[in-house]
Design a protein around this ligand. Structure first.
Ligand SMILES: [Zn+2]
Length: 370
């Protein structure tokens, strides 16, 4: 490699050093130090612009790119150009969220030489995966799950570390809503998501405040949910306190979801049955009767309890549509909360449907008249 000093009138070739392959380890190290010294010296002028050179990219004779770090606090002075951890994480995020295969990524990185190589992206993915412990759901169900204790401890610790969890620490209590919902990913591809929300967190009403715990395929039925969530239910039942940096925090559970999910996990028949209310035993033919009084909490006024549902589920007759023992028997029915969004969407759907039907009817009448 010949470098020319362009400022001097007479072009003087620089002396080219012998290749690294002819040198011992200590000599290579010495040379790197020399190279870094030369780079720092040459780039000292950027200080005049109140800036600081932090790295220099070079290409070696064999075509390999190297990044020389001029930052004195840097752990490593020389590293192969594979991108910083932040760059790799961002790339990995795009690669995974857009379903880009390893093969496609490799082809892309061949076209764009500045992109980190596939092997470094795969290595970073493995590093991240070590911290994420994902297991199969039990009882031959097809799905994956994480430990409730680990995720909850991790999330609450993060909230406390961000300075927004003072209320949790001062009250030594955290409100956690367990929630689930079935969804259709494609034709005949039904998936049930189960997660939790920390109600003391500012983000609890946004998507980012919903933490996924388990995901499994199958229909939204009591048996399927019971089998797949067996580990999580057992874990939640035993998990009453969390250890957050030495402070014991009491966990209060709530149960959320749409009415279909709530009826199912509470052991009741579907929402169209006679006694479909999760909280009381008001039959559907008595709902219009405003003279009768029903209560969510007062057993004398027809309120249900978890214990009552369990007992009644064994009966064949007069069981008030109790079919199974409630899955989350440790959560009282007073802490079972329906999702308002689902109610709102369903009501809106029905109103829009009626509006369209009405418009169609009027159109037909008009067209028959004219
Ligand atoms: Zn009711």
């Amino acid at each position: 490699m010949l470098l020319q000093n362009q400022n001097s009138k007479s072009v003087r070739p620089l002396r080219v050093l012998e290749p690294n392959t002819c040198l011992s380890r200590s000599q290579i190290h010495k040379r790197k130090k020399m190279l870094l010294g030369d780079c720092r010296k040459s780039l000292a002028f950027v200080g005049r612009y109140n800036m600081e050179a932090v790295s220099v990219d070079v290409r070696q004779e064999d075509g390999k790119r190297l990044r020389l770090s001029l930052d004195k606090n840097s752990v490593s002075d020389v590293k192969e150009e594979n991108g910083s951890v932040t760059d790799l994480d961002a790339l990995l995020y795009v690669k995974d969220s857009e379903n880009i295969s390893n093969k496609a990524y490799h082809e892309l990185s061949m076209v764009v030489p500045d992109m980190p190589r596939l092997h470094s992206v795969v290595k970073r993915a493995k590093e991240i995966n070590v911290d994420v412990k994902i297991r199969d759901t039990p009882n031959d169900t097809v799905g994956v799950q994480q430990s409730l204790r680990d995720r909850l401890t991790n999330c609450v610790s993060n909230i406390v570390a961000s300075g927004k969890g003072q209320a949790i620490l001062s009250k030594q209590s955290v409100n956690v809503k367990l929630t689930g919902d079935g969804t259709e990913l494609g034709r005949r591809k039904k998936v049930i998501n189960f997660g939790f929300t920390i109600l003391d967190e500012d983000l609890c009403t946004s998507v980012r405040g919903n933490y996924l715990l388990a995901m499994f395929t199958g229909n939204e039925t009591y048996d399927n949910i019971r089998k797949a969530l067996e580990d999580i239910v057992t874990e939640a039942k035993a998990l009453n306190t969390l250890n957050i940096g030495g402070t014991l925090v009491h966990v209060t559970y709530f149960l959320g979801g749409d009415l279909k999910f709530l009826n199912m996990v509470c052991g009741l028949a579907s929402c169209s049955c006679t006694y479909s209310c999760v909280w009381c035993k008001c039959p559907n033919f008595d709902r219009h009767d405003m003279s009768r009084e029903w209560s969510l909490v007062d057993v004398q006024k027809g309120a249900r309890t978890v214990e009552e549902i369990s007992t009644m589920s064994n009966k064949k007759n007069k069981n008030f549509n109790c079919l199974h023992p409630p899955l989350f028997s440790f959560i009282a029915l007073t802490r079972v909360v329906p999702d308002l969004l689902h109610l709102y969407l369903r009501v809106s759907d029905q109103l829009v449907k009626h509006l369209i039907t009405e418009l169609r009817t009027r159109d037909t009448i008009q067209s028959s008249v004219t």
